[in-house]
Design a binder for this molecule. Structure first.
Ligand code: HEC
Length: 166
């Protein structure tokens, strides 16, 4: 009887020990998985770089807000496209989500740059320094939705309208 109790206690103790070891291993794995060195490096020191970012050939000259004269109907269609294509999963105007806050985006990007980012985000990540910096900051790649030309145009009109502060 005494012996059984003893061995039971022993079993309990060793079960507790095993659980502790398992928990410790899990904790180590979790810590390791969360410490993405690229994400950590870029999130520090990038705060002030929003407008004074790297030089991009596509983003030189006048910004979209200066070159696109808003067609209100097209801008409205753009807002619908934005919803329909679920751009809002990652973006909002006036709020940072998984992707960049799009408020004022037409004041910091050219029409060409916006066009390319929407139609070929993969190319942008390979070749455009601004897109690369954003990618490093958000640790996420924008998806290519094969947005047709008319919708791209509408989205840009929508961004310009939003960026005009109306
Ligand atoms: C899966 C999340 C995701 C979705 C969906 C998404 N984006 Fe993005 N977007 C990003 C990320 C992340 C970036 C930063 C660049 C990169 O990493 O590719 C970005 C960058 C941008 C930029 C440039 C922002 C800046 O500050 O210059 C624009 C404009 C943009 N997206 C528009 C759109 C539009 C329009 C759609 C819908 C057709 C869309 N995005 C859908 C994640 C997303």
């Amino acid at each position: 009887m005494a012996k059984t109790r003893e061995s039971l206690a022993g079993q309990k103790a060793s079960a507790g020990k095993t659980a502790l070891i398992v928990m410790a291993i899990l904790a180590v794995i979790t810590l390791w998985a969360c410490s993405d060195p690229a994400a950590n490096k870029s999130s520090s020191g990038n705060a002030a770089a929003t407008n004074s970012g790297p030089v991009s050939a596509l983003n030189t000259g006048k910004m979209a807000i200066e070159t696109v004269r808003v067609n209100p109907g097209l801008a409205e269609f753009g807002a619908e496209v934005f919803k329909k294509r679920a751009c809002g999963t990652c973006h909002a105007v006036g709020q940072r989500k998984q992707g960049p806050d799009l408020s004022g985006v037409a004041s910091r990007r050219t029409e060409k740059w916006l066009h390319k980012q929407i139609t070929d985000p993969e190319w942008m990540l390979k070749n455009d320094p601004i897109a690369r910096e954003l990618m490093a900051e958000y640790a996420l790649q924008m998806s290519n939705q094969q947005v047709p030309e008319q919708e791209v145009k509408a989205l840009i009109h929508y961004f310009v309208q939003e960026s005009s502060g109306k």
